[in-house]
Design a protein around this ligand. Sequence first.
Ligand SMILES: Cc1cc2nc3c(=O)[nH]c(=O)nc-3n(C[C@H](O)[C@H](O)[C@H](O)COP(=O)(O)OP(=O)(O)OC[C@H]3O[C@@H](n4cnc5c(N)ncnc54)[C@H](O)[C@@H]3O)c2cc1C
Length: 226
Amino acid sequence: MSYLQGVYPILARKALARNIFDYTVHCPEIASQSRAGQFVHIRVAGHTLRRPISICEINREKGTLRLVFEVKGSGTEELSKLAPGDLMDVMGPLGNGFTLLEPTAKVVTVGGGIGTPPMLETAKHYGANATAIVGFRTAGLAILEEDFQKAGCDLRLATDDGTKGERGFVTDLLRRRLAEGPVDIVYACGPSPMLEAVVGACKEAGVRCQVSLEERMGCGVGACLV
Ligand SMILES: Cc1cc2nc3c(=O)[nH]c(=O)nc-3n(C[C@H](O)[C@H](O)[C@H](O)COP(=O)(O)OP(=O)(O)OC[C@H]3O[C@@H](n4cnc5c(N)ncnc54)[C@H](O)[C@@H]3O)c2cc1C
């Protein structure tokens, strides 16, 4: 695995929802090597272990990566205090990423909650050939809708409490999409029970599926055997 590490300037920061932040980092060397579904490992002041954050968007022309994360504990809280002009210590790209087919393939991306950001770069590769299914607990936590729409994807949204989009789970929408017509591959990222249900639905339909796991990890490169 080849990866880089450096200290890079933050170009932009915005809050997308309560405790969810969107950063653009200028790291041309890492951006040029990054692929959809990979992640970067970020050093946080006062913490020994880096924090893994998935790549939400890659802009190779501008040399930037977009990172969207939710504040979960002290590491991500510290990260969320960084402002444009500050430096971020980034190592990456890490992980295998998704296998991307020809852009003409019919695909479904499924993102649950904070598992939604890594699906954007993947869905953008397919544009109008991607059905982007996203699910959130409630309307106030819904993020990136406009981004999927701007990419030309067929966006389908569900919330657990029905305050936005359809009431229900992303897997309900996935099963319906799989019944509508042929799908070459399904990509998913989100909580483990959601991923299990996605894999189950794909197995039943006989459709290839790749999932991105965001379990806790140490070094990010396999040296710690996690
Ligand atoms: C490959 C990978 C990609 C990831 N991509 C993203 C992303 O794009 N956006 C994002 O918001 N988060 C992402 N995560 C999760 C993120 O790394 C953790 O939320 C973060 O490391 C927590 O650090 P902390 O210091 O804030 O919290 P800690 O103090 O370490 O933990 C606080 C709480 O967060 C929970 N937590 C810790 N690690 C994780 C984890 N990996 N998954 C879920 N809950 C966790 C713990 O249960 C604990 O209760 C990713 C994780 C992995 C492994």
